[in-house]
Design a protein around this ligand. Structure first.
Ligand SMILES: [Zn+2]
Length: 224
């Protein structure tokens, strides 16, 4: 599956653009404020494992790092700058999810937990799930100390360097966890874009230390 940058500066999965019941995108520095704030549900993100079902816009007082929804017209959004935004869509049940995955969220296997939560909330079967892993800090730049690296031994059993300073591929980790949760590998799109390398398009907390964030969002469209 392919990702393209559209004329408004939003990254979109080409295959998903063909789904008439779904809208989605990953904002960049060229598309600040691309989501209609008054129609968005979001969270106070805390790098935890909290998953919230959204029924109405707003609710920023709620803490959590993943949203699930099926209400037509309601955008759910996460904000990132190096952390990975992950969007999920259940074609059969017409339900969606937005996940904020920093290294803590990856370690907590939040994307896989969100697939299971969609099962509990909407009856989602993992084989019906489509996923897009958006832009985040890449394996080229995400260097961590042994205290973080060693947390990922079960995710990367083939590696023997996680007891020292090294680099981690969080996108690959999320892809493996989605596969373990039952999502077909061929239904997972990966942006393969590093926010730390891509200063023109992306905010990067590690590079800039600023508060700039990109917004990723998804919604079930309203019936015409
Ligand atoms: Zn990089």
């Amino acid at each position: 599956m392919a990702i393209r940058l559209d004329e408004s500066g939003v990254l979109r999965c080409v295959e998903w653009e063909r789904l008439e019941w779904l809208e989605h995108g990953f904002g960049t520095r060229r598309s600040e404020g691309w989501l209609p704030a008054e129609s968005c549900a979001d969270l106070v993100q805390v790098h935890g494992a909290g998953i919230v079902r959204a029924e109405a816009p707003g609710a920023r007082f709620r803490e959590g790092d993943a949203l699930v929804a099926s209400r037509a017209g309601l955008w759910i959004r996460v904000r990132t700058a190096d952390c990975l935004p992950v969007l999920l869509a259940d074609e059969r049940r017409r339900a969606v999810a937005a996940v904020h995955c920093g290294w803590r969220g990856v370690r907590l296997e939040l994307a896989a937990a969100t697939v299971r939560r969609m099962g509990a909330e909407f009856g989602t079967v993992p084989s019906d799930v489509l996923a897009v892993i958006g832009p985040g800090i890449g394996a080229c730049c995400f260097e961590v100390g042994p205290e973080v690296a060693s947390e990922f031994q079960s995710t990367f059993p083939e590696r023997d360097d996680l007891d020292r300073r090294t680099k981690l591929d969080l996108e690959e980790a999320v892809a493996r966890q989605l596969a373990q949760a039952g999502v077909d590998e061929g239904r997972v799109a990966r942006a393969r874009l590093c926010t730390h390398c891509g200063a023109e398009l992306f905010h990067s907390f590690r590079r800039d230390g600023t508060l700039g964030r990109m917004e990723a969002g998804i919604r079930v469209t309203e019936c015409p």
